[in-house]
Design a protein around this ligand. Sequence first.
Ligand SMILES: Nc1nc2c(ncn2[C@@H]2O[C@H](COP(=O)(O)OP(=O)(O)OP(=O)(O)O)[C@@H](O)[C@H]2O)c(=O)[nH]1
Ligand SMILES: [Mg+2]
Length: 305
Amino acid sequence: MVQWFKALSKTRSVLSSALQGMVSDGTVVDERTLEQLEMALLRADLPPRLVAELVMDLEENQVQGNRTPVQVLKESLAKELLFPKDDPLIFPVSPACILLLGVNGAGKTTTCAKLAWRAKQAGRKVMLGAADTFRAAGTEQLRLWGERLDVPVVSGRQGSDASAVAFDAMDAAHARGTELLFIDTAGRMHTKDHLMDELQKMVRAIKKRDDQAPHATWMVLDASLGQNSLNQARIFHQAVPLSGLILTKLDGSSKAGFLFNIQKEMPGVPVLFSGLGEAKEDLVPFDPDSFLDGLLQASPDEDDA
Ligand SMILES: Nc1nc2c(ncn2[C@@H]2O[C@H](COP(=O)(O)OP(=O)(O)OP(=O)(O)O)[C@@H](O)[C@H]2O)c(=O)[nH]1
Ligand SMILES: [Mg+2]
């Protein structure tokens, strides 16, 4: 909880003065406080539709008046969040191929490494595929992570065909008894058709080795972009059906409220992991309770400190 609490400090600070206003007013919320809260929720990038509903819930509670306003808010928000059901890193097949994609700088390479570290910690046999052949530094970055984590990396030369690297990585994973292969891809703008075509080509290359692969296609989204990343996700989803989302940089975002929208707007594409910092251990399964406490609570739970 503390890690989530710390990571969400920027979004929490957007909400905090409005929340303090509600706390000091006890169970009664005056119009000015409600207005302040409404503005703060919108600034934290919660979807306007939801903000209107939340304000209405609070107004209704004034009449019934048996819960504090913060409790009402928390319960209403909790209903909007989905818990991931199973461990996303458990697959019925081996090797399972997990393809990571997203726009430039979203955190794909770092997330690839963090996922590999996490799976390795759990005793799984992992491999990395460096299919970002666009920049020499892209491959080099993943190779360095591989060295640091003692995880094998399959890569190609700069400018070589990314699909060929993905295919080779699949081959190597089969040959070496790998359980989980994480493939990093180059950052691409969702608006560039030829780059989206290249992604589809990569998927076809992977399928040549195993027609059920990729077993997961996860889009990495930079949480500091807020609602803007929703449009990116929609377009990626059209090009290559996504099976999950990873929100990075929640720690640098003051707009974490957009998560409520993405869960609603992308049904069937759950938020699986969240990036709460730059270190290898800073990628954690999405946890709705800790997320809500991190947004609304004044201080972290004593038990978890
Ligand atoms: N604070 C913080 N920084 C992160 C997180 N995830 C990634 N980063 C940082 O974001 C920067 C970009 O990360 P990369 O993994 O290189 O992003 P990328 O999507 O691979 O970038 P391209 O390959 O250039 O498209 C790096 O400095 C990472 O350390 C996170 O959850 N929190
Ligand atoms: Mg990268």
